[in-house]
Design a protein around this ligand. Structure first.
Ligand SMILES: [Zn+2]
Length: 133
């Protein structure tokens, strides 16, 4: 069941991988996330000549989810044309944790066909959190 969903998300991310804007690193990344409502949101990495302004694919997808009124990612797929699957960076881990600290993370390389599946709790056991009433 979850395997089927992960495969679907990998396909959805692969579809938009050519839209990745990565003229500086040459590493293209796309993300597709499934929410608790059954919706899928996509995003690609968007680099900038001012490198610090670069936005990762995962955060683009999460921001897309929030923009459309959804709030809980269940599975986050990250697809790249790099040789190895790429894990989310620290900033993306924190941003995903804001909405679901236990999200499943699936990382796939279109080049090596390697798939790594883990959980955000493994990648970021103690996210920064402000207590909310
Ligand atoms: Zn990132």
């Amino acid at each position: 069941m979850q395997q089927d969903k992960i495969q679907e998300l990998i396909r959805k991310a692969e579809e938009i991988l050519p839209n990745s804007y990565a003229p500086y690193s040459g590493i293209h990344v796309a993300s597709a996330i499934l929410t608790d409502k059954g919706n899928i949101y996509q995003g690609v990495n968007i680099e900038n000549a001012s490198l610090g302004l670069t936005m990762c694919a995962e955060r683009t997808a999460i921001f897309n989810m929030v923009t459309h009124g959804d709030r809980k990612p269940i599975i986050v797929a990250i697809v790249t044309d790099y040789e190895e699957p790429i894990p989310p960076c620290g900033a993306c881990r924190q941003v995903i944790a804001e909405f679901n600290p236990e999200a499943t993370i699936a990382m796939y390389s279109t080049k090596s066909k390697k798939l790594v599946i883990t959980n955000l709790k493994q990648l970021l056991p103690t996210p920064f959190k402000i207590k909310q009433e």
